[in-house]
Design a protein around this ligand. Structure first.
Ligand code: MTE
Ligand code: MO
Length: 324
C-alpha cells in the first residue's frame, strides 16, 4: 500500500497546502475572515482513526483546485463540527454516534468492485481505482433532508471520469452504489431494525455524468475520517445528504432504477431523486429553510441547494413536486 501516513514530525498539512493559502485569500476577499479563518485554525484533533494525507497515494501538491463557487453568506464549516455531527447509521443513529463508534473501523486496505453493464469492470484496490484520475479539492454545500447544512472542502475525483473509464454499455441507465457490510466493526449493522444493510444508493446515468458529482477520498486536506465515509463516498451536492452514500465497496451499472435504502425504508417520505427543493416540504417539516451548523438564525434553502445553473437541465420536463 502506498498510503501516505503523516509522521509526527510532518508540518501540519493545513499549514503548507496551497488550499489553505487559497482559503485565507478567499476568506479575506469574501469578508468572512473570522469565520472561514477559524475553520482553518480548527485543525483536526489527534484522532486514532484519522488517516492523514488525502487517503490515497497522491501528495496534496497533486490536488487541483476545483469548483469552489460559494455564496456571500457561505463560510467553511469548522472541521470539528463536520467530523462530529454526522449521519452514518452503520455506527448508530445519534449525531455523535459515528465519531464515537467508528474508531475501530479499518478503511484500509480497501477495494472497490465495478460490475454490471460495463465493459471495463473489475475489483480494484482503492489506490488503483483512484490513480488514473485527477484529485480535486471542491468546496460544496451539504444539505441534509433533516434541514441542517454545512459547507465542506472535499477532495475527490470526477464521477464522470470513473464512469467513462468503466466503459458503460448502452443498456446501462443507472449507477448503483453499495456500502460495506462489516457488522464486527459497524455496531449499527448488528441491528436489523435500524436500516436494511447494505445501504444502497443510486444516480441516473446523466446525473452521474454531471461535472459536480464526485467520489470523495478526503476533506479539509486530509483523508476522509471514518465517520464521514472513509475511504470512499459520493458527493452530489444538489441532492439531499442521504444520496451521498459512504464507505462504498461496489458500483454497478444497471438498467433499472436502484432501490435506494431510504426510499425502500419509508417511501412516503423519501424518493429516488431527492433533489434539494425548498418548494416541496417533507411530510413532517418544512424544506423552505435550514439550519447552517454554527449559525444562530435559519437561512432560506436554495433550489437544487444553490446548484440550479449546473443541474436544472437534468430535470427538464420532470415533475419536481414528487422528487423529495
Ligand atoms: N452508508 C451510509 N451513507 C450515508 C448515511 C448512512 O447512514 N449510511 N447517511 C447519509 C446522510 S442522511 C447524510 S446527511 C450524509 C451525512 O454525511 P456527513 O456525515 O459526512 O455530513 O451521509 C449520507 N450517507
Ligand atoms: Mo441526511
Amino acid at each position: 500500500m502506498l498510503i501516505r501516513v503523516k509522521q509526527k514530525s510532518d508540518v501540519a498539512s493545513h499549514e503548507i497546502t496551497p488550499q489553505s493559502v487559497y482559503l485565507n485569500r478567499r476568506a479575506m476577499i469574501a469578508g468572512t475572515g473570522l469565520i472561514a479563518g477559524s475553520a482553518l485554525l480548527a485543525a483536526p484533533r489527534a484522532h486514532a482513526a484519522l488517516q492523514k494525507g488525502p487517503g490515497v497515494n497522491t501528495p496534496l501538491a497533486n490536488v487541483k483546485e476545483g469548483y469552489r463557487k460559494l455564496g456571500e453568506k457561505d463560510a467553511i464549516t469548522p472541521y470539528d463540527a463536520a467530523s462530529s455531527y454526522n449521519n452514518f447509521y452503520e455506527f448508530g443513529t445519534g449525531k455523535d454516534d459515528p465519531a464515537a463508534n467508528s474508531g475501530k473501523f479499518k478503511p484500509l486496505p480497501w477495494s472497490v468492485k465495478v460490475d454490471g453493464l460495463c465493459n471495463n469492470g473489475g475489483t480494484f484496490a482503492l489506490e488503483d481505482f483512484i490513480k488514473p484520475h485527477q484529485l480535486e479539492e471542491r468546496i460544496y454545500r451539504l444539505r441534509c433532508v433533516e434541514a441542517w447544512s454545512m459547507v465542506i472542502p472535499w477532495i475527490g475525483v470526477s464521477l464522470a471520469d470513473v464512469v467513462k473509464r468503466s466503459d458503460p454499455q448502452g443498456s446501462a441507465k443507472y449507477l448503483q452504489f453499495e456500502t460495506v457490510v462489516r457488522p464486527e466493526e459497524m455496531s449499527g449493522q448488528r441491528s436489523k431494525f435500524i436500516l436494511p444493510w447494505p445501504y444502497v444508493e443510486g444516480l441516473r446515468m446523466d446525473e452521474a455524468m454531471n461535472p459536480l458529482a464526485i467520489l470523495v477520498t478526503g476533506m479539509y486536506g486530509e483523508a476522509v475520517p471514518n465517520q464521514n465515509g472513509a475511504p470512499l463516498r459520493l458527493m452530489a451536492p444538489w441532492k439531499y445528504g442521504f444520496k451521498n452514500i459512504k464507505s462504498i465497496v461496489r458500483i454497478s451499472f444497471v438498467e433499472k432504477q436502484p432501490e435506494n435504502t431510504w426510499k425502500v425504508t419509508n417511501p412516503g417520505e423519501y424518493g429516488f431523486y431527492a433533489n434539494v427543493n425548498p418548494k416541496v416540504d417533507h411530510p413532517r417539516w418544512t424544506q423552505a429553510s435550514e439550519r447552517r451548523i454554527g449559525d444562530f438564525l435559519r437561512r432560506d434553502t436554495l433550489m437544487f441547494n444553490g446548484y440550479e445553473e449546473e443541474v436544472a437541465s437534468l430535470y427538464a420536463g420532470m415533475d419536481l413536486k414528487r422528487n423529495y
